[in-house]
Design a protein around this ligand. Sequence first.
Ligand code: AHG
Ligand code: MN
Ligand code: MN
Length: 360
Amino acid sequence: MTELITIERHIIEQQKKYPSATGEFSQLLADVTFAAKLVRREVIRAGLVDILGAHGSMNVQGEEVKKLDVFANEKFIQAIGHHGRFAVMGSEECEGIITPPEGKTSGKYVLLFDPLDGSSNIDANVGVGTIFSIYKRISDPTSGPGSLQDCLQKGVQQVAAGYVIYGSSVMLVYTTGQGVHGFTLDPTIGEFLLSHENITTPKRGKIYSMNEGYYRYFFDGVKKYIKYLQQEDKATNRPYSARYVGSLVADFHRNLLYGGIFIYPRTKKAPNGKLRLLYEANPLAFVCEQAGGRATDGYRRILDIEPEELHQRTPLFIGSEEDVKIAEEFEQGLRELEHDTELIPKMLAEVKKAESLLVK
Ligand code: AHG
Ligand code: MN
Ligand code: MN
């Protein structure tokens, strides 16, 4: 019989490897799990809001109906903010940093999160997610709550990161730097159970994910890379398949399991891309590297970028190692499109035919 391992037990077992662990970190991760369950409860009811009488902006309990990303943000702050286990938080939905409530002591951890990723997909029942990232505070713990500087650490300093995907089933995937592990929620008992131990991503995939609708705004390198992926070449399994849902968590998760590349490049309209370094790129880069993949901005490793501001954006090339490396070569202008191998013999045959006609 297979052993049933809950996420709480898994976290505790992993922390046992650190003799100095106090349990505070395990508790913080458990709080994140709890907040995810609250968000999931609301996500699966999203389509019911209208028929349950929530006309205008009030629901049946007479409460104001909130946009789901605002709701998810509040649940995370509520679930984590009252325990004093964190020093400071940063959320995609809040302009500034979030410090523990008045009178609460500050913990030693920093939590950065995107409470609801892919929110534009919610009404269409397409998978959405939550992304989180945990650091140790670097400011003096006796100086009160954490500061902006605690949030502006390089991704390489993360002690844990992961995401929850609210899809056909709910999964939580996380890493503490000891591999990547996935848990599936059993809704009947409300527990996340270990379902994907030690996830590794293929070194090369067959899927590319990007919003090609912005093709005209892309720079030449990325344009050529797209053409490269669409060429026919048996040795490298081309052409690739395109898959793009528009929820980063869902696109990333699929590619992590199957292999492939996700790109949100810099464009002529958005020179730094769209995605956020602290809430989206860093946590997924940590997960991806732990699974054997690669994550860069086309030039630099994501985890080595020094953040300058909370809501900083970054281009993102993430996924299977070999795919990301080739994409970088195109982006940096180090690689040009090969000729279509199918086309060359055909053209040579045409030339020969023309020559033979000329001789006659
Ligand atoms: P969020 O819902 O947290 O604002 O994130 C949306 C992001 C991300 O999930 C997705 O990859 C990307 O926006 C899609 O953007 P485009 O519509 O520009 O392709
Ligand atoms: Mn997002
Ligand atoms: Mn979001």
